[in-house]
Design a protein around this ligand. Structure first.
Ligand SMILES: Nc1ncnc2c1ncn2[C@@H]1O[C@H](COP(=O)(O)OP(=O)(O)OP(=O)(O)O)[C@@H](O)[C@H]1O
Ligand SMILES: [Mg+2]
Ligand SMILES: [Zn+2]
Length: 571
């Protein structure tokens, strides 16, 4: 019998399995039938492995896991998916409202700050809506990571872009046509080319346009290819569109709405307050040595990821050199370096092979490393908008992160010298105002968060817990006390660490080991925030571990035993 099995019989057979697993909530019976179906396919594979390409094998593995570890997804509530697929306990502000609107089939524009969790607002509907959700994203280099992260969670996702060879692309397009993916990522450039035609024949239930401000020439990252998206809604039969961005100006929002042909879109603005960022501000001088302070801050945060922003390329080079001389794993990054060197630095940082990037503002768009634990401004940025963007790169995973700003009037003078060379009078005036607003903000003794989001048009109460003014804390005080103590000559790596620090260090090295074995970045195993919670709560069994934010059934099955063993050995 099997001898006569053809590839197209097999494809049809697999498609019917996909339909029954991914199409609706599964009853106990349906689940058993699907398991039996899957085991027939396994037998077929044993006899005729030549009929199964790698994409098909991966799909079958995912279906098997879906049947074993995941509850039915279609038809269940967003909160259930949040818990069972992502392992998170609660929605962040704005997420639930956007998801609700999307599920009602409305067009929607979500404006939320960096790290607020915009991705979940299409990833959760993708599980619930069935069919396929198309995600337009400008950063090809990051698609693989995003898809890897989703695969880690047991979601059927892929990307289709120019980085694929012909065969791989063909096989993914075929799988897309057959409706096998919940999520497909593509670049706007690809929509212009052949992909557009393919999409028309697919069951696309939602289009999410990420970094949607790229469509607007008023935005700071205008990408002409985003204009390919004009008319996409109509071509795909009026499919709902969800546009997401962290850029909030009215011009940009109007442009997004018009260019994408959205119909009466619902608009959501998340809060721009980031309570896990602890803001500290120091005026330079006053008998203090900024370089020594900087070194002390970085040393105190050894083995954690951080960014040090400097005004000029020269300072970047000198500061990186200075840190390296003192044993810090730091590298410089600025626009004067050649692109290959720059991407080497970015990769090393992403994979935790270096701890610190010393950079000019050129280090920016597309850094989506979630475990950046601090951002230090060695010099004052040119505006509060830039400051907000730059500190926003810290703490995307929600864990506490320090943002330390050193400022002085000398920077205002430097910016003035720069803007003096600008011909356009309004631009010049704007530049002068902006750096003065920045200086005035830094110099003022009021809640840093409250005054910062006020600048972005939002009113909040004082943070009480997350800035130097509210908490009356001085990060450098302990550092200075430390520096008068004589340094010990030999230092054991774990000496002086508390039990918690030591356990965290052990969990991190376990994470790195597991990640290396699978060839993925460490943070795809668990985020820093999840590890920190494990240390705090010391879960001792599966259900306690599941209660940690960021641990879902899939990750529990994959890594739970290893982490529980490490946690047990610590107590
Ligand atoms: N409800 C939640 N609970 C806990 N963590 C969450 C929640 N929602 C999202 N996250 C986590 O927050 C981090 C940032 O999310 P995401 O990448 O979606 O941010 P973003 O809004 O797209 O930011 P950017 O504008 O920089 O792209 C991710 O690690 C994500 O898993
Ligand atoms: Mg995003
Ligand atoms: Zn405050």
């Amino acid at each position: 019998m099997l001898g006569s099995l053809t590839k197209s019989d097999l494809q049809r057979d697999i498609d019917s399995l996909v339909q029954s697993v991914g199409g609706q909530p599964l009853s106990r019976d349906a689940r058993r039938t699907s398991r039996e179906h899957l085991s027939r396919l396994r037998n077929a594979y044993r006899d005729r492995p030549d009929l199964f390409d790698p994409a098909t094998i991966q799909l079958l593995q995912q279906l098997a896991e879906e049947l074993n570890t995941l509850p039915p997804s279609v038809g269940i509530s967003p909160r259930e998916v949040l818990r069972s697929t992502f392992g998170y306990a609660a929605f962040r502000s704005g997420q639930e409202e956007i998801i609700q609107a999307v599920l009602e089939g409305r067009d929607c524009i979500g404006v939320m700050p960096t790290g607020a969790g915009k991705s979940l607002t299409y990833q959760i509907p993708a599980r619930i809506l069935g069919g396929t959700t198309l995600v337009i994203s400008p950063l090809i280099a990051l698609m693989k990571d995003q898809v890897d992260a989703l695969t880690e969670l047991g979601i059927r996702a892929t990307f289709i872009n120019t980085s694929l060879d012909f065969e791989e692309r063909r096989s993914r397009v075929a799988a897309l046509r057959a409706g096998r993916y919940e999520l497909v990522y593509a670049a706007p450039e690809g929509i212009e080319a052949s992909l557009s035609e393919v999409l028309v024949g697919c069951d696309i239930r939602l289009v999410a346009v990420d970094e949607a401000h790229c469509i607007s020439q008023w935005g700071h990252d205008f990408r002409p290819a985003y204009r390919n998206l004009t008319g996409l809604k109509t071509r795909l039969g009026g499919v709902p569109i969800l546009a997401l961005t962290a850029t909030a100006t009215a011009e940009v929002v109007t442009d997004i709405e018009r260019q994408l042909g959205m119909r009466a879109p619902k608009q959501f603005r998340g809060s721009f307050f980031r309570p896990n960022l602890r803001l500290h501000v120091y005026r330079k001088g006053d008998g203090r040595n900024t370089r020594a302070d900087l070194l002390a801050l970085v040393r105190e945060r050894a083995d954690r990821s951080g960014i040090v922003y400097c005004l000029s390329r020269k300072t970047v080079e000198a500061t990186a050199e200075f840190l390296r001389e003192h044993g810090v794993r730091a590298m410089p990054y600025h626009a004067g370096m050649d692109p290959a060197d720059r991407s080497r630095v970015q990769d090393a940082f992403r994979r935790d092979e270096i701890d610190v990037v010393v950079a000019t503002v050129a280090f920016g768009m597309g850094i989506d490393k979630p475990n950046i634990r601090y951002v230090i401004h060695r010099d004052m940025p040119k505006s509060l908008e830039s400051y907000y963007q730059e500190i926003g790169r810290a703490g995307r995973d929600g864990a506490p992160s320090d943002c330390v700003l050193f400022y002085s009037w000398a920077e205002v003078a430097s910016f003035d010298r720069f803007t003096d060379g600008v011909d356009d009078q309004t631009v010049r005036a704007r530049g002068r105002d902006q750096c003065r607003e920045m200086f005035a903000w830094a110099d003022r003794r009021a809640c840093r968060h409250q005054t910062l989001v006020a600048y972005l048009g939002e009113a909040i109460a004082p943070c009480r817990t997350a800035c130097d003014v509210c908490t009356k804390t001085d990060l450098l005080a302990s550092v200075r006390a430390e520096s008068v103590k004589p340094r010990k000559k030999s230092r054991d790596a774990f000496e002086g660490l508390t039990a918690d620090d030591a356990l965290l260090a052990r969990l991190k090295s376990l994470r790195k080991q597991l990640a290396d074995a699978r060839g993925i970045p460490a943070y795809l195993v668990f985020s820093d925030a999840a590890l920190i919670q494990m240390v705090e709560r010391r879960p001792s069994n599966d259900s306690e571990l599941l209660a940690v934010s960021g641990v879902g059934p899939k990750k529990l099955a994959q890594y739970g035993a290893a982490f529980l063993a490490a946690l047990r050995s610590a107590t």
